[in-house]
Design a binder for this molecule. Structure first.
Ligand code: HXC
Length: 517
């Protein structure tokens, strides 16, 4: 064999060794835990044969605690780029088989390298997290590595989409990188995220809690709102990333890909003309309306089980991606509260960062009253949504289906918050407050003095409803651009979005606004 061939053979051997990460035993253990390896995950994520790996031969430089005698090529993370559906993405996958996927100085450098490349070329970054946190032997250098990553997460925010999947442990300060990214996906049973684990919790607060109950996928997708998606397992999490990526653009200067969906733009749905119940306080399911109007009924819901009184997610109209924000009358009557407001606000801001038009479907009775909400800062959380809609410059189409009262009317993308096209169904009630509440305030004295107070209030309520609880009063002032037949909602939204495709609006120059966080 020529010496060049020998060198090639040596390269092949070294690659084979690197591909094994922490070794076959550790790989077997990873599989026993119900987890895929970093390389298996990447190969599921990317188009076949598209992965281009960087830094396969990087090793750590630590000499503490005998580390110089123990090192693995790649140092616990697989990094590089590839394509999903033919579109470039950068990816890192932490390799739990090497020091528990813990973050060393060199691992951080590898991750930062692909983040820098992604920023240079304008492509999404996908992080597959499975790590025991800072590599303890490296001390402050591991912490510095985290900080380098966080700084890049911050600068990349709003420039390139960033997606995190949690496919194993993610604890301590390490949780802040996913939290800084746009979407966090957790796989049930194998992933958890918390600042301090059960042992520290027990010591500090006396609470007995399991890892799952403290920071499992269920908790973060229903209670805290930290996770945007919870999947049944790691494989499903990776499929979900691919689906999510299909709705979003490569960067803030591009638009999301247009897809041929085959669903006619002028498709009408007669059922919508009778979908709103007779009784104003009777619920209906907003999912039915979303399913009816979007292309082929396909809706990728975000944060499905958190703050269910508001629905957010991606869909397409005539092949173009939109972000949908819709009140859900079926859950807490669709009221806005702290969690619903912050959930929708972040989503609106994501869409605005990445040129995705926003379609809002409104049926909102108001903000949830009470000490629970007020002590929780509902004023600030509600203001977040107000701010997000008001600052958004992407096309905004709003359809009011039924209730739209008071402050919540304003917050839900009203005309004065630069709503571009505001439509209403004939069943819409756009008013300062509901009839019953209004007459209690206006006619309390008259009712008290009357022989039949209920009759007085009922008469006044009917008068109020006739005057205010309809869409015509708002349309009279041009606050509603048109009152539309429900069955034509899809067509009107599509035609509206087409008009708005060339929308150009800029906010005043500033360093950045001061959103009420
Ligand atoms: C170095 C680590 C490590 C770490 C795990 N390992 N975590 N090595 N630094 N942080 C090593 C283990 O020693 C072991 O090595 C191998 O990875 C697999 O770990 P196991 O414990 O055998 O696996 P398992 O039982 O599944 O438990 C996983 C685990 C546990 C829950 C993650 O390893 C653990 O609690 N690790 C420590 C977590 C932690 O406290 N991290 C530091 C947090 S402070 P061998 O050689 O035996 O196979 C932090 C600050 C970040 O992260 C701040 C950022 C701003």
């Amino acid at each position: 064999m020529s010496s060049q061939l020998e060198k090639v053979q040596e390269l092949i051997e070294l690659r084979k060794e690197a591909a094994l990460g922490g070794g076959q035993k550790a790989i077997d253990k990873q599989h026993e835990r119900g987890k895929m390896t970093a390389r298996e995950r990447i190969s599921q994520l990317l188009d076949e044969g598209s992965f281009e790996e960087y830094d396969m031969f990087v090793r750590h430089r630590c000499t503490n605690f005998g580390q110089e005698k123990k090192s693995f090529p790649g140092d616990g993370v697989v990094t590089g780029c590839g394509t999903i559906g033919g579109r470039l993405v950068y990816v890192f996958a932490q390799d739990f088989t090497v020091f528990g996927g813990s973050l060393s100085e060199t691992m951080a450098q590898k991750i930062c390298k692909i983040m820098d490349m992604a920023m240079k070329v304008g492509a999404p970054v996908i992080g597959l997290n499975d790590s025991g946190g800072a590599r303890i032997q490296e001390g402050i250098n591991a912490l510095a590595g985290y900080a380098e990553i966080f700084q890049r997460n911050i600068l990349a925010s709003g420039v390139i989409p960033q997606i995190s999947a949690i496919l194993g442990p993610c604890a301590g300060g390490a949780v802040y990188s996913p939290a800084l990214t746009d979407f966090t996906i957790m796989a049930k049973g194998i992933s958890y995220m918390f600042l301090t684990g059960p042992k520290v919790v027990k010591t500090v607060t006396g609470e007995d809690v399991t890892q799952e109950a403290l920071g499992g996928a269920q908790v973060h997708s229903t209670k805290s709102g930290v996770a945007h998606f919870a999947t049944e397992n790691g494989e499903e999490a990776i499929e979900l990333i691919k689906h999510l990526v299909s709705f979003i653009p490569q960067n803030n200067l591009e638009e999301a890909p247009v897809v041929e969906t085959g669903d006619p733009a002028d498709r009408m749905d007669e059922a919508l003309n009778s979908i709103i119940p007779e009784a104003a306080n009777k619920a209906y399911d907003m999912y039915n309306i979303i399913g009816s109007i979007v292309d082929n009924g396909e809706f990728l819901e975000v944060q499905r089980n958190f703050a269910r009184n508001i629905i957010i997610g991606f869909a397409r109209f005539n092949g173009r991606s939109v972000g949908i924000v819709a009140n859900q009358p079926k859950y807490l009557a669709g009221v806005l509260d702290s969690n619903a407001s912050r959930k929708a606000a972040r989503f609106v801001r994501f869409c605005d960062c990445f040129n995705i038009p926003i379609v809002s479907l409104v049926d909102v009775p108001g903000f949830l009253p009470g000490t629970g909400q007020e002590y929780n800062g509902v004023i600030l959380h509600g203001a977040k949504l107000l701010y997000a809609y008001g600052e958004a410059t992407v096309p905004k189409v709003t359809v009011t289906l039924r209730k739209s009262y008071g402050g919540s009317h304003i917050v839900m993308s009203c005309k004065q918050l630069r709503g571009d096209l505001n439509y209403a169904w004939p069943s819409a009630e756009i008013a300062v407050m509901g009839g019953a509440g209004a007459v209690e305030v206006l006619y309390a004295k008259e009712a008290k003095a009357a022989e039949d107070p209920k009759a007085v209030l009922a008469e006044k309520e009917a008068e109020y409803n006739k005057l205010f609880c309809n869409p015509y009063n708002a349309a009279k002032y041009g606050y509603i651009d048109d009152i539309i037949e429900p069955r034509e909602t899809r067509f009107r939204i599509i035609r509206g979005l087409e008009q708005l495709a060339t929308k150009r609006v800029q906010n005043p120059p500033k360093k950045h606004g001061n959103i009420p966080l």
